[in-house]
Write a protein that binds this ligand. Structure first.
Ligand code: NAD
Length: 270
């Protein structure tokens, strides 16, 4: 299993990272430092998480070279629009204490605004201050609309995706467009960890349900960013490169899909 995925523009993105939604600024510093000490290279934050400063501090405390890391942040809905995107990006960089991010995402497809936001994102990309740009929570029709006016195709779409919401149609479309799929709430926010199928598969590999789910994402070519603020779980969640799920096990997990969203519907979120 390759640890990185090559995005459409040639940039290498780690396939497994740490998410920090609902993590306080102070906890973000420790979580990020523990993650990097345990060989995570990808960190996923957003301006709306209000912990970019803590994330930046964790990166500095880790002592790992900036080039070794892949940092994602996101443009919040209230900041969408051409000028405000430029401004919001500069403020995110400042809070992170970085001079570039590896990936900048439009957090949600705000109607009537995301194409203007994208124009600014393209300029940010061309300036080298974001090594890749992409979207989050975009359905196929949102991407088609974006592409009508875009010069640069999004390199990533970060969407809600877990064994109970497998998003097969959207994944097929994204693959056909060369857009990498990244899963948010990959563990179903912890709510599917007692699922008997996942627990049973885990037992046969001496792995936890969380590890089985993360491995399922990786083997499905999905970039995955489980969240935890506990050092032991952060370690557990990256300890997934020493086993493999069989085709039958992958199929069993695929069959857990019930199209159940835990977060907002991208067609009706505000
Ligand atoms: P998740 O699916 O990663 O679940 C996290 C929860 O699972 C933890 O709070 C904990 O309760 C539990 N957990 C984690 N590891 C465990 C382990 N080893 N054993 C037992 N329990 C464990 O949920 P998430 O935080 O919603 O999603 C991950 C990341 O995705 C976020 O932190 C954020 O970075 C990103 N995200 C993005 C969007 C978006 O709109 N783009 C939305 C939600 C989340």
């Amino acid at each position: 299993m390759e640890k990185n995925k090559r995005l459409a523009n040639g940039i290498e993105m780690p396939r497994l990272g740490l998410g920090v939604w609902r993590v306080e600024e102070v906890d973000a510093t420790n979580s990020v430092r523990w993650a990097i000490e345990n060989d995570y290279h990808l960190i996923d934050t957003a301006s709306v998480y209000k912990n970019e400063k803590g994330v930046g501090e964790g990166i500095r405390q880790s002592g790992v070279e900036r080039e070794e890391l892949f940092v994602t942040t996101k443009l919040w809905n209230a900041d969408q629009g051409y000028d405000s995107t430029h401004q919001a990006f500069n403020e995110s960089l400042k809070r992170l204490g970085l001079d570039y991010v590896d990936l900048y995402l439009i957090h949600w497809p705000v109607a009537g605004k995301f194409s203007d936001s994208w124009r600014a994102m393209e300029e940010i990309y061309e300036s080298g201050r974001a090594k890749a740009i992409g979207v989050s929570n975009f359905q196929q029709h949102h991407i088609e609309e974006l592409m009508n006016a875009a010069k640069i195709k999004p390199m990533v779409n970060q969407i809600e995706l877990h064994p109970t919401l497998t998003q097969v149609d959207l994944r097929t479309y994204l693959a056909s467009e060369g857009i990498a799929v990244e899963a948010w709430s990959p563990l179903g926010q912890g709510k599917i960890l007692q699922n008997p199928t996942l627990v049973e598969i885990g037992k046969s590999h001496k792995k936890s349900a969380a590890q089985v789910i993360i491995r399922w994402h990786l083997q499905s070519d999905i970039i995955v960013i489980p969240k935890s603020v506990h050092e032991e779980r952060i370690k557990e969640n990256i300890n997934v490169f020493d086993f493999e799920l069989s085709v039958e096990e992958m199929e069993k997990i695929n069959r857990l899909n019930i199209n159940e969203r835990l977060g907002a519907d991208p067609d009706n979120f505000d």
